[in-house]
Ligand binder design. Structure first.
Ligand code: C5P
Length: 230
C-alpha cells in the first residue's frame, strides 16, 4: 500500500502547521524541503512531529562522509523518517548515511538517494563530465550503485519507477514526485503521472504539493488523491 506525502512547500512554520491541521487525519506524512528548513530550522520539524506526523526531510546531502553521517544522526534525533542524499557523493558517504540511520534501529531515518536531478538533460550531464550516456541510463546506474552501498530507496520520476523496480532488490523504497491527479494543473512539472499510474509502476510513496496545498479544501484534495491511489 503506497503512502501519500504532502510537500510542505510554504515559507513559515505557522503556514506549515496551519496546512497540516487543515489536512488533518487524511495524511500522516509531510516533506520539509530546503526552503522551509532554511527559513525555520529544526523547530518546524519538531512542530510537524508534535502533530503526530511523519517527516521526510529533503535536504539532499552531498558532503564528506563524516559530515553526512553526523547530519543524518541529527535527523534521527529529531525523529525524521526519511532523508535524502545525492548518490554522486560516493560509496563511503552513502554508507556513512546508512550507518548513522542504523544507530536508531528500525525507527531510524530511511536514506533515499537522488540519482540524476530531473532538471538535468544529456547536455547538462556532459557539462559535468558524464558523457555518452542518456540520463535514464545514468539514473539506473546510480540507483544500483546507491542501493548497493546502503541507500534504502530512491527519489525518482513516476515514469522511471517500473524500470528501476525491475532492476533492484525487493523492499527498495521508490518515492515519486511529479504526480498529478487527472485534469489537475501541471505547473512547472514536465513529466507527470497520475496517482494510479505511479502506484501501478511500483512507487511506495507519492509526493504531492500544489494540487493539495493550493486546493480550497486541502483535506478533500488529499482524500481524492488517496482514492485514486487505490
Ligand atoms: O507541487 P508539486 O506537487 O509539484 O511538488 C513536488 C515536490 O517534489 C516539490 O517539493 C519539489 O521540490 C519536489 N521534487 C520534484 N521533482 C524532483 C524532485 C523533487 O518535484 N525531481
Amino acid at each position: 500500500m503506497a503512502e501519500l506525502i504532502v510537500a510542505l512547500d510554504v515559507q513559515t512554520r505557522e503556514e506549515a502547521v496551519a496546512k497540516v491541521r487543515a489536512i488533518g487525519d487524511a495524511v500522516g506524512f509531510y516533506k520539509i524541503g530546503l526552503e522551509l528548513f532554511t527559513a525555520e530550522g529544526p523547530d518546524v520539524v519538531k512542530a510537524v512531529k508534535d502533530l503526530g506526523k511523519k517527516v521526510f526531510l529533503d535536504l539532499k546531502f552531498h558532503d564528506i562522509p563524516r559530515t553526512v553521517e553526523r547530519a543524518v544522526r541529527s535527523g534521527g534525533k529529531l525523529g525524521v523518517d526519511l532523508m535524502t542524499i545525492h548518490s554522486v557523493g560516493g560509496k563511503a558517504m552513502i554508507r556513512a548515511a546508512a550507518d548513522a540511520s542504523a544507530e536508531f534501529g528500525a525507527a531510524g531515518p530511511k536514506i533515499l538517494a537522488v540519482t540524476v536531478l530531473t532538471s538535468l538533460d544529456r547536455s547538462d550531464l556532459e557539462d559535468v563530465g558524464i558523457t555518452g550516456r542518456d540520463p535514464a541510463d545514468q539514473v539506473l546506474a546510480m540507483a544500483k550503485f546507491a542501493t548497493a552501498h546502503g541507500a534504502h530507496g530512491l527519489v525518482c520520476s513516476p515514469q522511471e519507477v517500473a524500470r528501476l523496480k525491475a532492476a533492484l532488490a525487493a523492499g527498495t523504497l521508490f518515492v515519486t514526485p511529479g504526480v498529478r491527479p487527472a485534469g489537475a494543473a501541471v505547473g512547472d512539472q514536465k513529466r507527470v503521472a497520475t496517482p494510479a499510474d505511479a502506484v501501478k509502476g511500483g512507487a511506495t510513496h507519492l509526493v504531492v504539493g500544489r494540487p493539495i496545498l493550493a486546493a480550497a479544501d486541502p483535506a478533500a484534495a488529499a482524500r481524492d488523491i488517496l482514492a485514486q491511489m487505490g
